[in-house]
Design a protein around this ligand. Sequence first.
Ligand SMILES: CC(C)(COP(=O)(O)OP(=O)(O)OC[C@H]1O[C@@H](n2cnc3c(N)ncnc32)[C@H](O)[C@@H]1OP(=O)(O)O)[C@@H](O)C(=O)NCCC(=O)NCCS
Length: 224
Amino acid sequence: MKIRLVRARHRDIGRLARLEAEAWPQALRANKQTIRMRLMRGHRVLVAETEDRFVAAAGFYHTAADPTNETAFPRDFQTFSTMHASTPVRSTYVYNLCVTPDQRGYGSAEHVIDAVIRDARAAGARFLVGDGRCPSYAGAIGSGPDRVQHDPLFRQAIDDWLRTGVRPELQLLIRDPVLRYYYRRLGCEFLHLAAGFLPEDGAAGGFRVIFLVRLGGVWAGEHP
Ligand SMILES: CC(C)(COP(=O)(O)OP(=O)(O)OC[C@H]1O[C@@H](n2cnc3c(N)ncnc32)[C@H](O)[C@@H]1OP(=O)(O)O)[C@@H](O)C(=O)NCCC(=O)NCCS
């Protein structure tokens, strides 16, 4: 099937909402109103489309924020996914990477990610930052699109991280399929554990593991 990469516009909000409804369990979907508000705040959405529908997408925005400052990092998904884009661009914050269940495994997410990285580099971002969900913490096996086994060892690692503040070994973190996906595709670093980031994400126990990819650009606000 032929896939085309496009940047979504305001006229595409209905199709984006349909993609969200196909790809995410009900509690995690963005509706039209949320998508519109994000676009009005300077966010972009890159989409993989077939002839008649959107099959994969990621939302993102460029920001002057410093992701390595954990104290200043957004405490929850609502804030992370609705902050205004800002300059000078230091980072690109990405959220809601998703593919419709029938299109998973065909590489459309990779095309979307590559396009986001190109956009981030073109904007001069040094860091690409995402909120990695970790659905194997509690697992999700139901009628929805999310099908991930609960992994007791992974859950223990996250609980230990929360309790001690010490990041678990990489091999433990990438037991989770989504974190493994990001690690393999992006070679990302896992920065910090965000507890209660998205309480509605029961499979992930509300947790997100914030990750970062160094893009190697020079931040315009940085003085040599
Ligand atoms: C994550 C996602 C975008 C990857 O797209 P894809 O087309 O499945 O990607 P690929 O075929 O290139 O990679 C498949 C790998 O991702 C893993 N994976 C990632 N998320 C998964 C999920 N929610 N369910 C099952 N497997 C998942 C698979 O286990 C597989 O890993 P493996 O090769 O080690 O077995 C897609 O699975 C998806 O939309 N998931 C639901 C939404 C989501 O959780 N997004 C992440 C937001 S942080």
